[in-house]
Design a protein. Structure first.
Length: 293
């Protein structure tokens, strides 16, 4: 039996039936699951089926899309109020291969009281990458994505919570940077695999070389948030971490590299490029929160 009280949360946004199998991969090994539903309208069938299947669910319907940051804060506040030590943060389209092994990682921590985040290895087609000799070897990471993290709730409010005004995208990086600023550890276990959707994955030929490439494509809406919030993260942390967040690197990634990828491989080129520059403009004028393209 684990010595910690373990909770979990999954953020819904217009989910489909895939959530049943995804939740099944971890729910029986946590004490409570907080489902935070940001959907446009409540899916009564999915809600009722889950509540009938499992007794350790608390279902919270927000009535609108409040964003990933606010939803995570709601779940963490609930879990802290209910006395939990750690909370697993899951996307609705992610599932564990062996979640019980992940919980064992808690006992492998050398400094649990100074560990803000435990991270698993999230990947596309995780089932095809199961290591032959899995281990519990870990390493310190600087940045990790939110999906499949275990967050130390004892440190949550001290670190500074998730930044509501970012809405989505870079929410996880911002929280990691807050933890790094306070010298708390982010511990990554590479052999704990999670099947994770990477967004819209496609194969296209480079218009100049003719080579077929596999790429991840984001909508114009996501390009807006990614650009705006990446520049926000640069502004917040470039003085503390100039190597990781400097202006030239940020411009290269967000404007040069990403726009080149859009031009070479993606559809709806002008809409996406326009949304990126709108995101940059909103960063400059300090306009944050939800914004619908």
């Amino acid at each position: 039996m684990n010595k910690y009280k373990i909770s979990a949360t999954v953020i819904f946004y217009n989910p489909n039936e895939e959530v049943y199998s995804n939740i099944k991969s971890y729910i029986n090994n946590v004490d409570k699951l907080y489902i935070i539903d940001n959907s446009d309208s409540l899916n009564e069938e999915i809600k009722n089926k889950l509540l009938n299947m499992y007794k350790n669910i608390e279902y919270i319907f927000n009535g609108e899309n409040l964003g990933i940051a606010t939803a995570l804060n709601i779940a963490c506040d609930k879990a802290i109020e209910d006395g939990y030590d750690w909370i697993l943060t899951m996307d609705q389209d992610s599932s564990f291969l062996k979640f019980n092994d992940y919980l064992k990682c808690l006992d492998k921590l050398k400094e649990p009281e100074n560990t803000a985040i435990i991270a698993a290895n999230t990947m596309w087609h995780a089932k095809d990458n199961i290591p032959l000799n899995p281990s519990f070897e870990s390493e310190e990471n600087f940045l990790v994505i939110t999906s499949a993290n275990l967050l130390n709730l004892k440190l949550f409010n001290e670190i500074g919570r998730f930044e509501d005004k970012l809405f989505i995208d870079m929410v996880d990086y911002d929280y990691c940077m807050k933890a790094n600023t306070l010298k708390y550890k982010i511990i990554y276990f590479k052999d704990i695999l999670v099947e994770h959707s990477l967004g819209s994955v496609f194969q296209r030929r480079n218009i100049f070389t003719g080579k077929l490439r596999t790429k991840i494509e984001h909508s114009a809406q996501r390009n807006y948030y990614i650009t705006r919030n990446y520049f926000y993260t640069w502004k917040q942390y470039n003085k503390l971490f100039p190597k990781e967040f400097n202006l030239l690197k940020t411009i290269n990634i967000m404007l040069i590299h990403n726009i080149t990828k859009i031009l070479l491989y993606e559809d709806n080129k002008m809409q996406k490029i326009t949304s990126k520059f709108l995101g940059l403009w909103h960063f400059i004028i300090n306009k944050f929160g939800r914004y619908d393209i």
